[in-house]
Design a protein around this ligand. Structure first.
Ligand SMILES: *Cc1c(COP(=O)(O)O)cnc(C)c1O
Length: 500
């Protein structure tokens, strides 16, 4: 498929009902379907991108093909502009997501963007897709996000100075790492607002949901020409850009002579909300020779238990781990996979999701599970396993990995090879989690702040921390607001008044 060739139109509808269809632009602006379902397209599996074509081209060209295939109401010019802007000098390597050797396997480095985590790949693109989608609509779009640490900064970087948009981020004051706090507090851009809140991440999340549902707030904002929106990972505009790096990793393996065209490849994916690994399934549906997708979990192993037993049960204790971006008990994007595994049976999907929300548990029939297991496998790693993997990977390979990546690598090491090349997705720069990585290498971190740990880690490994993180030391703090939970709505309204 190439740019300019008319593609099949991709219309989207909810996973829970086919009654209303929307264009991909509308789906991206709305984020979630009105019935609470996630937007899916029945074109998935009907259009294909030729792997031979992918293997011969750049990351950017593949990104354009993927977007054209899945977001057909964007013009070729719109897509080209979005791709060029999203993956330019804001990534610290022209390869965007380079593939490097890890023993006999491969590491796919997804952390070369402005915030040093894989969420940049999607959040550098989503604001551009939204900006195009709202063209001709004079209203300003205010993104409101609660964050436990990583997503907030990636959203701030993505939306900073994007015309027609603003972004407000709330984080739990005193409950994110000092480096994460500085990443947000030093954010530049005329359209950004950041506040710590007195409370936990869950408090922040609950209040944000309340603000979205507050009719008075929304009416006042509408009168002033503003709508609220979310940059949550269930937005198709976040999912689709992630498909690109599965394809590009394949291309890199072909170019290196590690595989022949047509050989299948296995991918190990550190998983939380099931967005990243679902993008691998989309790549397979678009014709990429994917062998197996291995879902790697931390101690919050709801998905491992689910894939093994067929029962999804969120009724368990939530555990805080050293891979916090995977500390999730309800993996929202799984709903999309259920839709495709049942050949689009909205009624069954809606019933399972209703059970999940009322009872906290549902069980899939054997035939659906069999179908899932044709592609998906699973494994998990405890915090001790994770630290051990960080240490042995450093000692044996001289490769430094972050705790999220280490969960995937640990699962790969324990799993027998099926004779295919294996790619481990590396989702964050190790320096983003300097303290835990330093401790995993056997060093004391007592009394040390994030920068002291970063220094010690640089000394120990001889590898430099990325400037996106080390530069925070001298960056001016621009956002020092801390507010109470009942002041959050006012904070959003004030930000809208200032920005739009
Ligand atoms: C968000 C995140 C993950 C989990 O990705 P999902 O798409 O939620 O499964 C893994 N690692 C890091 C570093 C992340 O920020």
């Amino acid at each position: 498929m190439s740019q300019g060739v008319p593609t099949v139109e991709t219309l989207y509808h909810s996973t829970r009902s086919k009654d209303e269809t929307v264009t991909s632009k509308q789906a991206i602006l709305a984020g979630i379907a009105p019935d609470g379902g996630l937007y899916v397209s029945d074109q998935l599996g009907k259009v294909a991108i030729d792997p031979a074509h992918i293997a011969a081209q750049t990351y950017h060209a593949t990104a354009r093909d993927v977007l054209a295939a899945l977001l057909s109401d964007y013009t070729a010019d719109e897509i080209a502009t979005c791709v060029a802007g999203a993956y330019g000098s804001n990534f610290d390597t022209p390869a965007v997501t380079p593939l490097t050797p890890l023993g006999g396997d491969w590491l796919l480095e997804l952390y070369h963007g402005p915030t040093c985590a894989f969420k940049d790949v999607a959040l550098q693109m989503l604001p551009r897709l939204m900006s195009v989608a709202r063209e001709g609509d004079g209203r300003g779009v205010m993104i409101v996000t609660a964050t436990s640490g990583d997503t907030g900064k990636a959203a701030l970087e993505g939306f900073a100075d994007v015309p027609g948009t603003g972004v407000t981020v709330f984080y739990p004051h005193g409950k994110v790492s000092d480096i994460q706090q500085l990443q947000m507090a030093t954010q530049r851009g005329a359209n950004v607002a950041v506040a710590g809140i007195r409370g936990t991440f869950d408090d922040a999340q609950t209040q944000v949901k309340r603000i979205f549902a507050d009719a008075d707030v929304n009416r006042r904002l509408a009168d002033a020409g503003t709508v609220l929106s979310s940059a949550n990972s269930i937005n198709v505009g976040r999912l689709v850009p992630q498909v690109t790096y599965y394809m590009d990793a394949y291309a890199q393996l072909v170019k290196r002579g590690a595989i022949a065209l047509g050989d299948a490849v296995d991918y190990f994916v550190p998983t939380g909300n099931f967005g990243d690994v679902l993008a691998g399934y989309y790549a397979k549906q678009l014709g990429l020779p994917v062998g197996r997708l291995i879902v790697a979990s931390n101690t919050n192993k709801v998905l491992t238990d689910f894939i093994e037993t067929g029962t999804y049960d969120r009724r368990r204790e939530f555990v805080k781990t050293i891979s916090p971006s995977m500390d999730i008990l309800v993996s929202s994007n799984l709903e999309r996979l259920l839709y495709y595994l049942t050949d689009g049976d909205c009624e069954r999907v809606a019933a399972w999701m209703a059970d999940l929300s009322t009872k906290g548990v549902y069980t899939l029939p054997i035939d659906v599970m069999d179908r899932m297991r044709e592609t998906f496998a699973c494994g998990y790693a405890t915090d001790d396993d994770t630290r051990e993997t960080i240490r042995t990977t450093w000692e044996r390979e001289r490769v430094l990995i972050d705790p999220h990546t280490a969960v995937g690598v640990c699962v790969a090491e324990r799993r027998a090879s099926e004779g295919r090349q294996r790619v481990c997705l590396s989702t964050a720069d190790p320096y983003k989690f300097s303290a835990d990585v330093l401790a995993a290498l056997g060093h004391s971190t007592e009394g040390m702040d994030g920068f002291a740990c970063m220094d010690a880690l640089q000394e120990l490994t001889g590898m430099e921390a990325p400037v996106q993180l080390s530069g925070l030391r001298t960056a001016p703090v621009l956002h020092a607001d801390v507010c109470n939970q009942d002041e959050m709505a006012d904070f959003v309204e004030a930000a809208c008044a200032r920005i739009f």
